[in-house]
Design a protein around this ligand. Structure first.
Ligand code: PLP
Length: 386
């Protein structure tokens, strides 16, 4: 008999975070895990120091400090015209990561099915299994990484309880346009399913695209949990601040789970978070321009080196096919890159439930300083000269 629970047999440890450990081990440049190597905004750091000195050092209110919840509500009104009540609709958690598991635990019953687009951010699989539910995968296909509406329709069954959406999408960079969101919304309404939408990359979109929260589509507020957080928009992945926005009945259930999972997110960082959420529009425009430059630098270089690349429409990753280099196994190729070339990436198969679908792909992250990306490209040039 196994000494551990059945549920942990359904998944492995995170490959993304494992690649970070290999990057440390081999002294490689880490283009695997999605965290910035540039500084967080000065006013935000100052606000955190100030919050600690002002003794915001004890448990915050479980579902989030009043100041941060007010700032979140104000920002959703400003950006998306959403009427979010800080008292009834917001739960602040330890990152979008806790938001997702708390939401699934709050909404799913054993035996429920959850539709997940594949490839997917690797947490969604374990999150679903831990909640006792079963993921049902629907492929996104290159070059646009769109889904086939008929295939999506066929994935719904009487057991479907929820669909997990992620836009802008990790790892493909797909930004779901309104037409696709309407198809998803229509199916979820017809089958009475929730949409749990991870919008952590909401401010990182390219080529004039617009991020649309699915909760703003007609009839969707009542069945949507919108998840986002501070990690990516303000370059503070270590702060662990995220939030769920949902109708009152769902929020009450999420708050209960969150309370017993973690009690609350870090109190001083919640106070400081409110300062970030009040940043003016210029901040986001500058961030977008900076990411456009990083994207061009890395993706053009990868293309020139001979990778097949799919230009991301949003987020800060690029999926590539490495077959031109004579490899046919993603893990072998990623290990070669980290060990011999000095660049860490993520093997494509870790984003697929059916690993063979990602066997010839690796994902690069470009949330790094331009010097870091240039150094990585210089190292990758050695690939060509093998
Ligand atoms: N959701 C997606 C799609 C991500 O890519 C990541 C991090 O890479 C997260 C959530 C984690 O967010 P947080 O740091 O807020 O837990």
């Amino acid at each position: 008999m196994s000494r551990t629970a059945e549920r942990v047999r359904f998944f492995t440890e995170s490959v993304i975070r494992e690649m970070t450990r290999w990057a440390h081990h081999y002294g490689a440049i880490n283009l695997a895990q999605g965290f910035p190597d540039f500084p967080a905004p000065e006013p935000l750091k100052a606000a955190a120091v100030q919050a600690i000195m002002a003794d915001h050092n004890q448990y915050a209110i479980t579902w989030g400090s009043p100041r941060l919840r007010a700032a979140i509500a104000e920002k959703y009104a400003r950006f998306y015209g959403m009427a979010v009540d800080p008292e009834r609709h917001i739960t602040v958690c330890c990152g979008a990561t806790e938001c997702m598991i708390a939401t699934l635990l709050a909404l799913l019953n054993p035996g429920d099915e959850v539709i997940v687009f594949e490839p997917f951010y690797e947490n969604y699989g374990p999150d679903t299994w831990i909640s006792g539910a079963r993921p049902v995968y629907v492929p996104l296909r290159p070059p646009e990484w769109t889904f086939d509406p008929d295939e999506l329709a066929r994935a719904f069954s009487p057991r479907t309880r929820a669909l997990i959406l992620n836009t802008p999408h990790n790892p493909t960079g797909h930004v779901f346009p309104e037409a696709e969101l309407r198809i998803i919304a229509d199916l979820c309404q017809r089958h009475d399913a929730y949409v749990i939408t991870d919008e952590i990359y909401e401010h990182i979109v390219y080529d004039g695209r617009r991020h649309i929260p699915i909760a703003t589509l007609p009839g969707m507020w009542e069945r949507t949990v919108t998840i986002s957080g501070m990690s990516k928009s303000y370059a503070v992945t270590g702060w662990r601040i995220g939030w769920c926005i949902a109708p009152e009945d769902l929020t009450n259930a999420i708050r209960k789970v969150h309370d017993f999972l973690t009690v609350g997110a870090p109190a001083p960082l919640q106070e400081a978070g409110a300062v970030a959420l009040e940043f003016p529009m210029d901040y986001y425009e500058q961030m977008r321009r900076d990411y456009e430059r990083r994207r061009r630098l890395l993706v053009e270089a990868l293309e020139e080196l001979g990778f097949e690349v799919w230009w991301p429409q949003g987020a800060y990753y690029v999926m590539t096919d490495f077959r031109p280099f004579g490899f046919d196994d993603d893990t072998a190729f990623a290990m070669h890159l980290v060990r011999e070339i000095g660049v860490a990436v993520v093997p494509g198969s870790s984003f697929y439930a059916r690993p063979e679908r990602g066997r010839t792909q690796v994902r690069f992250a470009f949330c790094k300083r331009e010097e870091t990306l240039q150094q990585a490209v210089a190292r990758l040039r050695r690939l060509r000269n093998r």
